[in-house]
Design a protein around this ligand. Structure first.
Ligand code: SAM
Ligand code: SF4
Length: 494
């Protein structure tokens, strides 16, 4: 390893970017780059960007303005600081970034991260680089695997990209343009990656892809495996107790995948299944290629297979031409499905997508009004779902210490945060928790085996009446899913 330099990676947007950011850090580690938590002491800063909505892209430019000042301060101290832009803004805007943001030394598209060591070396010699070609070689063959120590430091849950790109071309979406055509990683490479994660102590793996259930990678037998087959293979792996996958398209929910929810105990009873709108007219204009009835049929098949399945979704309000009647259909769909939570966004016209050129674009005020009304209904459904957990005993995988002394936080099978008073030695373990209270959609409870005593004593020390089960005021809010923007579920769309 070469002399240590500090790397600061900031991820915007979805969980695919979180995964890519980790792979970039792993690939730069042999070059001597060690991750730091602050931009101020970094030698190299990578912004891993999101282009999905206009606000997401604009956030990157305002961050670059701040980095310009940081770069000037570093130069005044006699230090050099390199700034790189990666991800979907890099892919979509390429040279334009270098033109608009003089602080940027290097722009790298999402298919080219394996070239980062060479690109950084070039930039360090004073050349500005833009590399946004869709590489012919598979980046996954060249990206370094994380060390065991790096994996352990990242915790007991992990994302694994199994599929990238999308061929669906929804009329609002930039993904097919920024991430390219759909492609799936070979199953055996995914199996090897998950084995390494399990060996380093990871207990829960979420398979990710822009359209993850379109997965069709080459299987061990040389024939294509669909997602259900891959999940079945991983479900038997020692150490891996929990599996999830995201994000899915309703059309790709095949019978085998539905059956996997019935047959694989490791597959958690929670699914993010975006629908976008409850109106057939809008779904057609969006080129979603499914109707409201098709979606409800998929939901019914899934619930037959796994009756306690918690469903979450994405919604867009104010797509061009959406009438009050169309919007009302979205509201009734939310109630009909009974979601455990949902992301909701105002439609944001993205240059180059068909939606941006459609007539009858809605006014911002109208979109904001519909978003508020939709979120009210989503919040009610989510609260109903959370309240129904009170009194139940749920298995929880503990992930990290809580914000309060003596508290640890984990996830229920339905991906809700669960907070209890218990020793940190339980982190990494799965234990039964009896849920006693819900606040801001976080669940609070106590270990089922120790409900009768210890937790209360510890909480008494914080002086809170009612013992350990009183939710702290600063409780982690919302059912945070590993989803775009990490916005609060039902949070304001960009
Ligand atoms: N592949 C997923 C699917 O089939 O729905 C979604 C991927 S996209 C990265 C995440 C979410 O961002 C979408 O489900 C949609 O709700 C939202 N989104 C995408 N483009 C948008 C736009 N132009 N305006 C507002 N929201 C958008
Ligand atoms: Fe975008 Fe998802 Fe539609 Fe693909 S399926 S175009 S990623 S919204």
């Amino acid at each position: 390893m070469k002399g240590a330099r500090k790397l600061y990676v900031k991820s915007f947007g979805c969980q695919m970017n979180v995964y890519d950011s980790q792979r970039m850090a792993d690939t730069l580690a042999p070059e001597g780059y060690v991750e730091t938590a602050t931009a101020e002491d970094a030698d190299l800063i990578v912004l891993n960007t999101c282009h999905i909505r206009e606000k997401a892209a604009e956030k990157v430019y305002s961050e670059l303005g701040r980095l310009r000042r940081l770069k000037e301060a570093a130069a005044a101290d006699g230090r050099s600081l390199l700034v790189a832009v990666a991800g979907c803004v890099a892919q979509a805007e390429g040279d334009e970034i270098v033109r608009r943001a003089p602080a940027v030394d290097l722009v790298v598209g999402s298919q080219n991260y394996h070239r980062l060591p060479d690109l950084v070396a070039h930039a360090a010699r004073g050349g500005r680089v833009v590399d946004t070609d869709f590489a012919l070689d598979d980046k996954f063959d060249h990206l370094a695997a994380p060390s065991r120590a790096a994996t352990r430091a990242r915790g007991v849950t992990a994302f694994v990209t199994v599929q990238e790109g999308c061929d669906k071309f929804c009329a609002f979406c930039v993904v097919p343009y920024t991430r390219g055509a759909e492609s799936s990683r070979p199953a055996e490479k995914i199996v090897t990656e998950v084995e390494r994660l399990a060996d380093a102590g990871v207990r829960e793996v979420t398979l990710i892809g822009q359209n993850v259930n379109a997965y069709h990678g080459v299987g061990a037998n040389g024939r294509p495996w669909r997602l259900a087959r891959l999940l079945e293979r991983l479900a038997g792996m020692p150490g891996i107790e929990r599996l999830r996958y995201t994000t899915s398209h309703p059309l790709d929910m095949d019978d085998d995948l539905v059956a996997a929810h019935r047959d694989l105990p490791a597959l958690m009873p929670q699914l993010h299944l975006p629908v976008q709108s409850g109106s057939d007219r809008v779904l057609a204009a969006m080129n979603r290629r499914h109707s409201r009835a098709d979606y409800l049929d998929v939901v019914a098949r899934l619930r037959e297979a796994r009756p306690d399945l918690a469903l979450t979704s994405d919604f867009i309000v104010g797509f061009p031409g959406e009438t009050e009647n169309d919007f009302a259909a979205t509201l009734t769909l939310v109630e009909e499905v009974g979601y455990a939570g949902a992301f909701s966004f105002k439609y944001s016209p993205r240059p180059g997508t068909p939606g941006a050129d459609m007539s009858r674009q809605l006014q911002e005020a109208e979109k904001s009004d519909r978003l508020r009304r939709l979120q009210r209904v989503i919040d009610q459904e989510q609260a109903k779902f959370s309240r129904a957990c009170v009194g139940r005993t749920l298995s929880v995988l503990f992930e990290r210490p809580g914000r309060h002394r003596g508290q640890i936080v984990g996830r229920s099978p339905y991906l809700q945060p669960v907070q209890i008073q218990a020793p940190p030695s339980l982190i990494g373990e799965i234990a039964d928790v009896t849920i006693t209270e819900v606040a801001s959609n976080s669940l609070f409870g106590a270990l089922a085996s120790s409900l009768s005593s210890p937790c209360k004593g510890e909480v008494g020390e914080r002086g809170e009446p009612g013992g350990g089960l009183t939710p702290p005021r600063t409780a982690v809010g919302g059912l945070t899913l590993p989803l775009p923007g990490r916005e609060k579920i039902a949070g304001a769309g960009a």
